[in-house]
Design a protein around this ligand. Sequence first.
Ligand code: ING
Length: 312
Amino acid sequence: MREVIVGAAQLGPIARDEPRTSAVGRMIALLERAAERGCSLVVFPELALTTFFPRWYMEDQSEVDAWFESEMPNAATRPLFERARALGISFYLGYAELTIELGRERRFNTAILVDGKGCIARRYRKVHLPGHAENEPWRAFQHLEKRYFEAGENYFEPADVLGARIALAICNDRRWPEVYREAALRGAEMMLLGYNTPLHYPPAPEHDHLQAFHNHLVMQAGAYQNGMWVVGVAKAGREEGCDLIGQSSIIAPTGEIVAMCSTLGDELAVATCDLDRCAEIRANVFNFRRHRRPKMYPLLSTDPDEWRPLHE
Ligand code: ING
């Protein structure tokens, strides 16, 4: 048995004018609770330092950049890094990253995995950016991730932390089966992800009542079909007038939800995850080497010009 006690540290709403130090203080309180419950790994949500700012259209780049972190850790987050290190807890943190690469400003929806010594073991940049790039006033609220972020180009390569092979994803990534499969083919035993998911989905409001179902459907399928633990953690509740789903969960390689948050506020759900349980699936029903037929799926990673999808 290779057991890791994992905490899903859900956050309730973060107000537009709530300082990062407040969000960090709330996360430290969850870290303390996690330590009391023996956790060695804690997962926080996507964009966990601020309100979900892509819900607003902004033209002034300096206004947009106020939501980003230009270094990590920084003055606001160092207390979180230091407390986690003192407690010997590794953690996943989602935030908006502004970085300079080859003299060019780059902006990503980023998540990091910080090990028990306070070192960043993996930095992941969100590959699947949902939403749109221009103002669409017909929507009750915007979803401008395609405007404010560049799409990441990380290949879901797991990091070795706590004796586990841990891959990272962010929010919309969890809806794409390729994400879990690519990570599993690279040996991942656990997928960590944070999310900000509104109840209302403007392009298809007839699906609003299915948001919670779809949330668990994709993560449970990803876990079972790839024999991996999945930890999905929400920023939840009514945030600046927008209702975000909760139900942060820890899901076993069998697809079973073994721990779940039941409020829409700051809440910790804990489970003991035996990483050797991945073999129950990966050595049997989804033994990739024995049963999988990559030659029969040639379009899965080919150029879009070869696809004939239902809609462009
Ligand atoms: N949020 C949502 C998500 O993928 C969304 C966007 C909601 C897409 C509902 C489709 C349906 O959970 C983020 N931040 O990706």
